[in-house]
Design a protein around this ligand. Structure first.
Ligand SMILES: [Zn+2]
Length: 277
């Protein structure tokens, strides 16, 4: 198994011009959409897709998502799509057999339509939230056009606490490698992390935290809390989940914990990948 780190969408969170005038330092948050491309015995596996070709060619797709459009200011560069990066790495996009989605926000599954033959794996709670949104935030965040081109989905329930106090899917259909989904609710109803146990283990936590400083409980801009309040479906549950991740981090320092949008964690992962070549 080999893990490639891809940035499939640069954007400037909390980059709204009015906020930047009030709090000029906010413009420094140039964030990424960190995705994983895994070479495995089960073919190519993507963990999230970031933004896709249709997001770039039809920028109207973001018009309905006020929070994302106003506060994220996506760069929308076709060269950042997973599809184009996979080709640049010398692979065939048709060889992407599986996509494991942390959740169904547009910045995480914008590119799944670029891989229509892949099986999309998602927790059942997230599937239900996306198809039957209940809260005002759920009604705002999901865009069925993102996944309507795909036909192969597998959904999973997580029962009990089977990994460090978190629900874990023991077996992903069609994937024999030690890759698991773990329930990390809060950001969305069925938000999940992806656990890769390949010796130097990795926990990809999606949007459970924005910046590493939150994980380490180091000082960070108050604007990050504002961002969390705006984007977490259930901020209280998200904080409970983050506290569990913090405990795991203190108990297992060898576990590499990643998040979707932290540019520093992404750069560090990329440097590590370069040294392992
Ligand atoms: Zn996100």
């Amino acid at each position: 198994m080999k893990i490639h780190h891809l940035n499939c969408g640069s954007f400037c969170a909390i980059g709204h011009p009015i906020l930047n005038r009030l709090l000029p330092k906010l413009d420094q948050f140039n964030l990424v959409c960190h995705c994983l491309l895994i070479e495995s015995s089960d073919g190519l596996i993507l963990v999230d897709t970031g933004l896709g070709l249709k997001d770039i060619s039809n920028q109207e797709r973001f018009k309905s998502n006020f929070i994302f459009n106003q506060f994220a200011r996506p760069k929308l560069d076709v060269e950042e799509t997973a599809y184009m990066q996979i080709i640049r790495k010398g692979f065939n996009p048709k060889d992407v057999r599986h996509i494991i989605a942390t959740h169904f926000d547009s910045d995480h599954i914008g590119g799944i339509a670029d891989f229509p033959d892949a099986i999309v794996h998602v927790l059942k709670d997230e599937w239900d939230a996306a198809h039957n949104p209940v809260s005002p935030k759920e009604k705002l965040r999901y865009s069925p056009s993102r996944w309507q081109m795909n036909t192969f989905f597998e959904t999973y329930s997580t029962q009990g606490d089977s990994w460090n106090g978190l629900g874990k899917v023991q077996k992903l259909k069609g994937i024999s490698e030690p890759i698991y989904m773990v329930s990390l609710p809060g950001h969305t109803r069925g938000h999940s992390g992806i656990l890769i146990e390949d010796g130097k283990n990795t926990l990809f936590t999606g949007d459970s935290f924005l910046l590493e400083a939150q994980l380490l409980k180091k000082p960070y801009a108050v604007a990050v809390n504002l961002y969390n309040q705006l984007t977490h479906d259930n901020p209280t549950k998200a904080e409970e989940t983050l506290n569990k991740i913090r405990v795991i981090h203190t108990q297992d320092r060898d576990l590499l914990i990643l998040s979707s949008h932290d540019p520093v964690l992404f750069r560090r992962s990329l440097e590590q990948e370069e040294t392992e070549k």
